[in-house]
Design a protein around this ligand. Structure first.
Ligand SMILES: N=C(N)NCCCC[C@H](N)C(=O)O
Ligand SMILES: O=C(O)CCC(=O)C(=O)O
Ligand SMILES: [Fe+2]
Length: 320
């Protein structure tokens, strides 16, 4: 249950990374301390910063800078990797092409998902199948991003109990999204309203999201229980981590998928790169027995198949 948090906690996960494949990890005191902090953050805030994740700030910075370079290209160049439903919703979407609760978002983005073939994962596979469209420019895009994907997933797995492997998340339908938010005065040469929304209020869809954001602009905001917007001020070298809808269900509501939004009120263009660690496309998501027990036997009334949830979202998210 989200609380009236006023700030977002920082968690140093280094002990967890050092011991993640050690059979004795559950007995390790330092790991226990990290797990306690994660549990508290997931319950109270649904958002936290992670440091000690092993990804050098220089690599995080390089990924952001390549993202700036890509969005800085002429529109025609970006259209070469245009997203289409037929291509499995992968590729470039222009400003205001993505919709949140009926309102177009003031952002452009490039979406990548785990690559799957038609004929796998039944009907979900029909809709989400496809190959990612990697930009030609800047060069090395694919290798740079893949390093990040792998590390992001390893990190998220390290932070999750092994219940989320195998048929739940062992074959995760991960997603990577590059987000670009024009600063005020940058949209179509016209002034943008101060409070125009970069990305509308939403929760993320899956297990765990990791956001690598520009260091110089505060734009991501997180809603607490009494409705205040708490800024996720950039903290260099950290990822902002948050819980998605599926983890809320699996945890029987113990962990919160916290509402958030993005408003770029600065003059500068802002980018963020999101690594979304999701469930398997065909994962059936229901409260875990152990979490129901923790809630004194009361079970939240929710059930989902991750692929269905995702497809409902993508089908209503685009004007195309
Ligand atoms: N893949 C993820 N999680 N992206 C989150 C984007 C949320 C905004 C989207 N228009 C929506 O309304 O869901
Ligand atoms: O740009 C950000 O900081 C967050 C973007 C976001 O919430 C998302 O892509 O789901
Ligand atoms: Fe989000």
């Amino acid at each position: 249950m989200a609380t009236n948090f006023k700030s977002i906690p920082v968690i140093d996960i280094a002990p967890l990374l050092a011991k993640w494949d050690d059979p004795g990890m559950a007995q390790d005191l330092a790991v226990g301390e990290v797990v306690k902090q994660l549990d508290q953050a997931c319950r109270e805030t649904g958002f936290f910063y992670v440091k000690g994740h092993g990804v050098p700030e220089s690599l995080m910075e390089e990924v952001r800078s390549m993202t700036h370079q890509f969005f800085n290209l002429p529109y025609e160049e970006k259209l070469k990797i245009k997203m289409t439903p037929a291509g499995g919703y992968r590729g470039y979407e222009k400003l205001k092409e993505n919709i949140t609760k009926g309102v177009p978002d003031l952002l452009e983005a490039v979406d990548f998902y785990k690559e799957i073939k038609k004929g796998t994962y039944g009907t979900y596979g029909e809709i989400m199948a496809g190959c990612n469209q990697w930009p030609q420019d800047p060069p090395n895009f694919k290798t740079r991003m893949e390093v990040k994907i792998m590390r992001g997933i390893a990190l998220a797995l390290g932070a999750s109990p092994d219940e989320f492997e195998g048929e739940r998340g062992g074959d995760a339908f991960w997603m990577v999204r590059l987000n670009g938010y024009p600063g005020i005065s940058l949209v179509d040469g016209q002034d943008v309203q101060e409070n125009e929304i970069g990305c509308g209020i939403h929760t993320d869809y899956g297990l765990l999201s990791l956001i690598n954001q520009d260091n110089d602009i505060t734009a991501l905001e997180v809603k607490n229980l009494s409705g205040e917007w708490i800024p996720a001020t950039p903290s260099p070298g950290t990822f902002v981590c948050n819980i998605g809808d599926m983890l809320k269900i699996w945890s029987n509501g113990l962990y919160e998928a916290t509402l958030h939004r993005v408003i770029n009120n600065s003059l500068k263009y802002r980018v963020s790169v999101g690594y979304f660690y999701e469930g398997n496309l065909d994962a059936v998501v229901e409260p875990l027995g152990v979490c129901v027990k923790k809630c004194g036997g009361s079970r939240m009334n929710a059930r989902a198949v991750y692929g269905e949830h995702l497809i409902n979202k993508v089908k209503t998210n685009y004007v195309m």
